[in-house]
Structure formats: structure tokens, C-alpha cells
Design a protein around this ligand. Structure first.
Ligand code: AMP
Length: 600
């Protein structure tokens, strides 16, 4: 079934996608059948199915769970028990989630067979972009990809991030020279600074052959351009002299870059110096890589905070957010690469896993009822409950346009009715496959007293304030926040890193405008927040502006704690005191909302 279709697909990706999405419902049923046939006898499923493979029994008996519920099984496997307590096929390794979006890194089982299936999505994005952009075959991508060293469980299984697993795989090693300008050795270098320097250097040396720029998430591209801002003088000096800097000591990087940097090229160095020496970096990507047709990075969800900055750097090059996936499963791809980055929907791929959708509604909404799930602080509640008060998920065939859902996944690799924690909105269908907009992670909230401010609400409120700042020539490069509760009443604190469009130096900020930004954020938050502010149960919102590079230090902090650069997502709301300290160490100015009355 789905597997046979996969072997046929590569010559004609679009045809395959059409077949896949037309047969969405049937394939979903087949996927569930196959998962149950393989795994019904595992210790985990036997508890609920007693060896039977009936799909309805699965839906009636198998509980919807979170990672915490299956962690005891994962820990047993990591400590040496056989993996068939959870899944029939042998585990090849564990995939480590980034740990920045949902707290601690999770370990997700992976099998050799499923690894191929998971990475299929990366191959399917290709025919989609080729349909919309001509001439891609004439050049290659400048990648900004990184790997992270894995660790070993006590039982000897490797634990790596999904992207590291992919970039280190034989299939990537085989396909990389055909698609990437960056030599594979520069991607596989474990020292991120050397890796980034060498990928940028090879990209600059071959600038006329670069047809797209690619990173997994938008934050990584933003970080790389900031790195370029600090390093362009040295990069140009390497190009001028034809000699690579001495601090590039990684043998793989040195050898491959030296084989491209073969001669002094003062003309190219002059040209790049001229472009980078400009006071304003507006359109820098287009100027440096004039044939780049699109930027390929996830730019939805928390990454939407980077849209303005990447638009500014890109100088009109379309931002394409290619796919939506996680360590647990691949979900979907963007079939309309030219859609506005604020409007991207992902078409679910029915062969990736079995998907169910828990209808959710905002608390206080018309249909909201109490959720029966504990442990997830959220302002989302489950909308549809059965006679026992339990939440009923719906399947592929029964999702409704405009409804919000939390995605629940059953995989080939031991996750059964597993809540991913992401809230999505159904925006349409491609053939018989649903298309979803990413809304937010369900459990990332700022909270004081009765107020719970979600990631999406915060993004929206900050988006409103940001628009007030942009006509004055400032771009909000990135932000984060935390609930300051050491004083009573507590307050929400925002950290902003700003960029001045006209120059690399930031002029003095106008206190009045910044205070207005604080007020706009507060006014954009919901009724509960405003009532609590009015009642002085929450103090005035505080905005701390940080100096250039502070959010790089935050990324470095999380990377030092084990996060992967590729999968790093700047947390919208910070829980860790240490991380708050990192941001506080970069604060240059503080502003408070002057507003006292909200409810008129
Ligand atoms: P990880 O834990 O590193 O596997 O990260 C997976 C999480 O990243 C997902 O559950 C989402 O919250 C987020 N994510 C991945 N792809 C996208 C996307 N295209 N848009 C928004 N968020 C995404």
C-alpha cells in the first residue's frame, strides 16, 4: 500500500502527492491497520487490546496520552529492556526532541524502516517548489544546516536529534552533492562556529550558482545573517588572499573549503565588501546571492517573529515555509509555497502516521467545556466530550473547516494516541487530505493569577506593537518573555532585540513610543488580563530592550544545555531562571506601560 506508492513516487513527485491526498481516508485506515497488525502484541497495547487488532477497539480502549505516560516504557528500553514492550520492530536509535519548545528533551523511538518514511517529506517538498520556481535545476541551495553530537543510552542505543540523524544518514550524504552548495563536511562539522563560517564562505564563493537559501527554522537563518554581519571582513579577507583563516581547524572543513578557495579573488572580495559595507543591510540576501529565488525555512508558529527580519534581509525574495513535523512524526507539507508566510497551511500526508484530532476551543468560548486532561496548563479546552465526559477525537475524514484541534498521533514506532501538544486550525483540504494552519504549542503560556496568556495571543499582541515601531525604522528582530512574580503583584516582562533599518547602529529610543508599545501589547491581551490589570492583580507590563547579540547568547545557552541549533526555537515564554539571567545581562533600557485603565 503506502509503501508501494512510495517506491513509485520519486520520478513524479506531484503525481504521487495527488494519489496520496486523493486516497487520504483509505490510506489512514490502512496505516492504522498495519500499525495494529504489527504491534497489537506488545506489552503496551496488550494491556488495552488483549492481542486483538480491531480498529474500533483501539479507539474505544487505548487512552490518549502524553509523553509522561509512555516515559516509563521509554526509560525501560533506554536501560536495556527489549524494545518490543512498545513496538514490534527493533529500535535503531532514539530521536531526541529539541527540548526548547516543550521543556525537557524527549526520547522518541526510531526504526530503520520508519526513518526512510519520515524523511520522505523532505523529498516531496522538492517537486512542490519546482512547480512554482523556474530554473532551480540550474543551481543549488546554500544550506545552513548543522549537526549535534548524539549521546548513548545505558543500553547502548544512540540518541540524536532528527536533523542530525538525517544529515548524517547515507541517503543525505548521497543526495547532498546534487542539491547543496555547502560541502557535506562543512555541515557535519560539530563545531557550529566553524561550520557556519565555512557554509557562508562556500556560499559566497559560489554566489552566482546559489538558487535558494535553506535552514530548518527561520531563527537559524536570522542567526547566520547576524554572524555574517560580524564576520564579513574576515570572510572577504579569506576570499581576497585565497587563504582560509587559521582558526578553521576541523580537518573536513579545512580540506573541502581549501579545495574551493583555490586562488586569491580580489574582485569578488571587493564586491562583497562593497555590499556588506553598506550602512543598511536591507536586501542583503538578494544582493549577495542575486540568483536566489526563495528562502526555505520554517517561518510559522514561534518562528513568525522572524518574518519581518527575514523579509528585510531578503529584499523581496519569497519566504517558503516548507513543512511541519516533529521528532514524533512528520505531519504535512506546504503545497502553496507562494502563500504569505502569515497564511501558510500544511497538507497532512496520510501515509506518515495515523492522525486523530482533538477538537479544542478557547476557554470561555461558546462550546468550551472542562477538559479531562490534567497536567497541561492551557487556555484551550476540549470541545467535544462523550457521555462519560471523555474527549472524543475525530479522524481525517471528520475534521471541520475553521475548527481548532490538538493533533494526536499513532506511529509505526511505538506512540499510540499520543498528544503532540500543538494546536492547529483546519483551513481547507487538498483532495481528501486536510490542511492545517499551525496555531501554537498548547502548553506555552505566561501566567499570573487567573490569567493565562498563550503563545499565539502574545505573538499577536507583539505583532500589533511592532507595527507601531516599524514606520520609525525599527525591526523587532526577536523577543521573549517571562512572568516576573518575585514582587506582588507580578508582571509580564518582555525582552526585545531591535534593529535599526538604516544603519547597524541603533539610535536612542524614544521613551514615549516604547511606552506606547507596552500599552498596545496590554490592550491586545484578553479580557482576563485587562480585568486583572484594572484590579491591580497584575502590575504594568515591562519592556526590556536588550543589546545586539543577546538572543544569540540565549541560543548558545540552550545549545550548551543540549538543544540543537537546527531545531532551536526561541522560547516565546521563558520558565528557566538561568535563561532569564542571560537575557537580563543584555538589558540596555527598560520601559513600563503607563496605562492604568483598560476597561472602558
Ligand atoms: P522538536 O521537539 O524539535 O521535534 O520540534 C517539534 C515542534 O516544532 C513541533 O511540535 C512544533 O511545535 C514545532 N514545529 C515544527 N514544524 C513547525 C512548523 N512548520 N510551524 C510551526 N511550528 C513547527
Amino acid at each position: 500500500m503506502a509503501d508501494q506508492m512510495e517506491t513509485r513516487n520519486y520520478e513524479n513527485g506531484w503525481k504521487f502527492l495527488e494519489e496520496l491526498t486523493e486516497n487520504g481516508h483509505r490510506i489512514q485506515e490502512q496505516v492504522l491497520e498495519e500499525i495494529l497488525l504489527r504491534n497489537a502484541g506488545t506489552e503496551y497495547l496488550s494491556r488495552f487490546l488483549h492481542g486483538q487488532t480491531d480498529k474500533q477497539l483501539f479507539k474505544n480502549n487505548v487512552p490518549i496520552v502524553t509523553y509522561e505516560d509512555i516515559k516509563p516504557y521509554i526509560d525501560r528500553i533506554a536501560n536495556g529492556e527489549t524494545s518490543n514492550i512498545l513496538l514490534a520492530d527493533p529500535i535503531s536509535e532514539f530521536i531526541q526532541s529539541s527540548g526548547t519548545s516543550g521543556g525537557q528533551p524527549k526520547l522518541i523511538p526510531m526504526t530503520a524502516e520508519n526513518f526512510e518514511k519520515k524523511t520522505l517529506e523532505l523529498t516531496l517538498v522538492d517537486p512542490v517548489v519546482k512547480k512554482y520556481f523556474d530554473g532551480l535545476e540550474k543551481g543549488k541551495t546554500m544550506s545552513l544546516f548543522f549537526v549535534k553530537k548524539g549521546s548513548e543510552t545505558p543500553s547502548g542505543l544512540t540518541a540524536r536529534t532528527l536533523t542530525s540523524c538525517y544529515f548524517m544518514s547515507d541517503s543525505f550524504k548521497k543526495s547532498a552533492p546534487k542539491i547543496c552548495r555547502s560541502p557535506i563536511e562543512t555541515i557535519l562539522c560539530l563545531d557550529h562556529k566553524q561550520s557556519m563560517y565555512c557554509q557562508l564562505l562556500t556560499g559566497l564563493l559560489q554566489r552566482d550558482h546559489v538558487v535558494s537559501i535553506s535552514s530548518i527554522f527561520g531563527s537559524v537563518l536570522a542567526r547566520s545573517i547576524k554572524f555574517l554581519e560580524d564576520q564579513w571582513n574576515e570572510l572577504c579577507s579569506n576570499i581576497r588572499t585565497g587563504c582560509l583563516s587559521d582558526w578553521i581547524t576541523d580537518p573536513g572543513c579545512r580540506n573541502t573549503v581549501s579545495s574551493i578557495l583555490t586562488r586569491p579573488n580580489p574582485e569578488l572580495a571587493d564586491m562583497i565588501e562593497h555590499i556588506c559595507g553598506n550602512e543598511s543591510w536591507e536586501g542583503i540576501i538578494k544582493k549577495l546571492w542575486p540568483k536566489a529565488k526563495y528562502i526555505n525555512s520554517v517561518i510559522t508558529g514561534t518562528m513568525s517573529q522572524y518574518i519581518s527580519l527575514l523579509d528585510f534581509y531578503g529584499g523581496g525574495i519569497p519566504l517558503v515555509s516548507p513543512s511541519y513535523g516533529s521528532s514524533e512524526s512528520t505531519f504535512g507539507i506546504n503545497l502553496n509555497p507562494l502563500s504569505s508566510p502569515y497564511d501558510v497551511s500544511y497538507t497532512f500526508l496520510p501515509n506518515m502516521a495515523y492522525f486523530e484530532f482533538l477538537p479544542v476551543d478557547k476557554d470561555g468560548g461558546e462550546n468550551a467545556r472542562e477538559s479531562d486532561f490534567d497536567g497541561v496548563s492551557s487556555q484551550w479546552s476540549s470541545e467535544i466530550t462523550n457521555a462519560n465526559g471523555n474527549v472524543e477525537p475525530v479522524d481525517f475524514a471528520n475534521v471541520k473547516l475553521g475548527q481548532y484541534y490538538e493533533v494526536v498521533v499513532t506511529t509505526f514506532t511505538g506512540l499510540y494516541r499520543y498528544r503532540v501538544g500543538d494546536v492547529l486550525k483546519l483551513t481547507g483540504f487538498h483532495n481528501n487530505s486536510p490542511q492545517f494552519q499551525f496555531v501554537e504549542r498548547r502548553n506555552t503560556v505566561l501566567s499570573i493569577d487567573m490569567d493565562k496568556t498563550s503563545e499565539a495571543d502574545l505573538l499577536q499582541a507583539i505583532g500589533n506593537a511592532k507595527r507601531h515601531l516599524e514606520p520609525l525604522g525599527f525591526i523587532l528582530m526577536t523577543f521573549s518573555s517571562y512572568a516576573e512574580t518575585s514582587s506582588i503583584p507580578g508582571r509580564y516582562v518582555l525582552f526585545w532585540e531591535l534593529k535599526f533599518k538604516e544603519s547597524t547602529r541603533c539610535p536612542k529610543l524614544d521613551a514615549k513610543i516604547m511606552e506606547q508599545c507596552c500599552s498596545i501589547v496590554e490592550e491586545s491581551l484578553d479580557f482576563t488580563y485587562k480585568s486583572l490589570r484594572e484590579a491591580n492583580k497584575i502590575a504594568a507590563l515591562e519592556l526590556r530592550v536588550v543589546k545586539h547579540g543577546t538572543f544569540d547568547a540565549l541560543m548558545d545557552f540552550y545549545v550548551s544545555k543540549g538543544a540543537s541549533i537546527n531545531q532551536y526555537k526561541t522560547p516565546c515564554c521563558i520558565q528557566s531562571e538561568e535563561a532569564v539571567k542571560v537575557l537580563n545581562s543584555g538589558v540596555v533600557e527598560k520601559f513600563f506601560s503607563p496605562k492604568t485603565f483598560f476597561l472602558s
